[in-house]
Design a protein around this ligand. Sequence first.
Ligand code: K1U
Ligand code: ZN
Length: 173
Amino acid sequence: MSIRPILIHPDPRLKKVADAVETVTPELKGLAEDMLETMYDAPGIGLAAPQIGILKRLIVLDCVKEEDAKPEPMVMFNPEVVWESEALNTYEEGCLSIPDQYGEVERPAEVGVKWIDIEGEAREAKFDALWATCVQHEIDHLNGKLFIDYLKPLRRQMITRKMQKLKRERARA
Ligand code: K1U
Ligand code: ZN
């Protein structure tokens, strides 16, 4: 297992639509393990393969935030929202590809999602609360969409400029 570098916005790979996974191979299982390790190390509650430069439809998440609670890692290949509630929920989202920047995003409060699990089995479940927000945020990554795309243009532009500065500074260090 290894920790992979996380791409920082703006990066063209974060704007692309990722490809569906045909078969869950041992290599893809290894990639999913690396992504979980990378997510826990960051730390974060989710990670999508495009964030480490891999344009495949694979996400990982674990929204258990309490330090001494049992972890609940989830791996989803080809996740798809199949149902969304009419009720909406607003959450101040962050993103590991946009460090230290936050913005309020309104999304369906509950969603039904279908996916292929790490054993290659088809699964379907309903998510609510932070799990619903996070799974939608991660599926957006697979479609080249970032949480800042929901913000007002001026705020989005300000955050993008800050990230460009951060990338210049990191390149010089
Ligand atoms: O996809 C990502 O960039 C990960 C992102 C997921 C996310 C956060 C908030 C709302 C929706 C989706 C993060 O994990 S940002 C870091 C974060 O939220 C966090 C970090 C440590 C403890 C608790 C939360
Ligand atoms: Zn993100």
